[in-house]
Design a protein around this ligand. Structure first.
Ligand SMILES: [Zn+2]
Length: 181
């Protein structure tokens, strides 16, 4: 593990903590004294992802993480939310006991979990995942989300739902008015 500051390959462990499924180590560069953290986890047995075009590639936790992080960019979320989400999905995937899974299954898991966490992140991820090609498909997804979440809106998301409803209502009212003429 190279030092992030000076690239020196030597470091000493100054602290290690067990995380249940892994170990977190604090390291100190022997050359410049930079301190950094490494994680060590058990290599799970291989899991392959079957992509939409039929190609297979090894499950890549980093790829999943960066996809979700992109969708969650600048959204107000407690620290560690994305890590936990990735952790949960990974655990669920491995607990299926399969060696191959469809990428669409992973996508569905992310979409359904994001819907409970943050609506904007959900829409962002879903728009990439479902390849929304036009605004009508996007609106349909938003409508579905509002319908399914209306009974129990999350903190801080009420305003989004209200705004969406208002826009919809105004639009319908305007249409009615126009039709009446
Ligand atoms: Zn260093």
């Amino acid at each position: 593990m190279k030092c992030p500051a000076c690239d020196n390959p030597e470091s000493k462990v100054i602290d290690s903590r067990s995380l249940g499924d892994g170990i977190r180590r604090r390291r100190e560069c022997t050359k410049c004294g930079e301190r950094f953290t490494t994680y060590e986890r058990l290599q799970q047995r291989s899991l392959y992802v079957i992509k939409k075009d039929g190609r297979r590639e090894e499950f890549d936790r980093e790829k999943l993480f960066s996809g979700i992080r992109k969708a969650c960019e600048k959204r107000p979320m407690p620290t560690g939310t994305i890590e936990k989400l990735v952790e949960n999905i990974e655990t669920e995937l491995y607990s299926l006991g399969k060696t191959e899974i469809y990428s669409t299954l992973i996508g569905k898991m992310v979409v359904s979990k994001l819907a409970d966490i943050d609506h904007i992140a959900y829409i962002r991820f879903a728009s990439v995942y479902y390849e929304f090609s036009d605004i009508a498909t996007l609106k349909h997804a938003v409508d579905n989300l509002i319908e399914s979440k209306q009974s129990a809106p999350l903190d801080g998301q009420l305003s989004l739902i209200k705004a969406e409803q208002l826009v919809g209502q105004k639009h319908r009212m305007r249409q009615k008015a126009n039709n009446g003429k």
